[in-house]
Design a protein around this ligand. Sequence first.
Ligand SMILES: [Zn+2]
Length: 310
Amino acid sequence: MTVKITRRTALAGAAALPLAGAATSTHAASHAAAAPSVAARRFALGDMSVTALLDGSFAREGVKDIFGGGASDADFTRVSEENFIPADSAQFYFTPTLVDTGGELVLFDTGLGQGGIQTALNEVGVSPDDINVVVLTHMHPDHIGGLMTEGAPTFANARYVTAAQEYDFWSGMEAGNRVGDLVASNVTPLADKTSFIEDGGAVAPGVTAMAAFGHTPGHMAYMLESGGKQMVLIADLANHYVWSFAHPEWEVSFDTDKAMATESRRRILGMLAADKLPMLGYHMPFPAAGFVDTRGEGFRFVPVSYQLNG
Ligand SMILES: [Zn+2]
């Protein structure tokens, strides 16, 4: 059988060759360079870049007691089943976030202190020494654990920003309080490099604090704005992507002031839904970013796909 090669198929064949070659060499080049990052995901926001850094993740049981305070067992199970997740366990995620404002590298929270954040930063070519500002959204151990490495500041050249009422609350604890003791070892030594921020205060141009009290006394969310785009880092405003969104009134054992935490959840999730703004939450499933929709009396977290690829 002979194959008649027309001008059209010959051209198509010729055109295909360089493409195939390019694809092969690109593939080879990516292999020669770093492996694709699994612990970091970069998003574009105007002229800023926002990088979710996976510090750690593990499974935990007993989640009704943690996330379902005030809910009946039947309601907790029903909401879980409606969202295709088990009602008796959850995967926890810890996601510090790096914002490159164009002028400064601002790191929001520091992880558990087990080295995960250094690995994630390394995957995007950033050294801890490059960080200009460390923002502590609040002072729970999973957010301040990475501040020190073997007794020395992990981010040697950084200044620090947090809320005064957060620092005052935890540094005023009696010795023996687990969080207070960690604040004493990890945060207090950095006090002379720390500035305190209030609702509406700016960390850097385009990075503004939003009071989100309740989870802790000085818990802050942060609004990022660049090139007409906005995104909110909600930190621990909502600690689980299903239960805390579907029922903001369900009490979370980690929240210091349950009623105030619920009020903050309703207010800020409501704003995100109304304005259709993207958000990134420290404990959302990695890469931790998404959108908020209303659903019934509560909300629904819609994970990001490619909307923020830039
Ligand atoms: Zn947390």
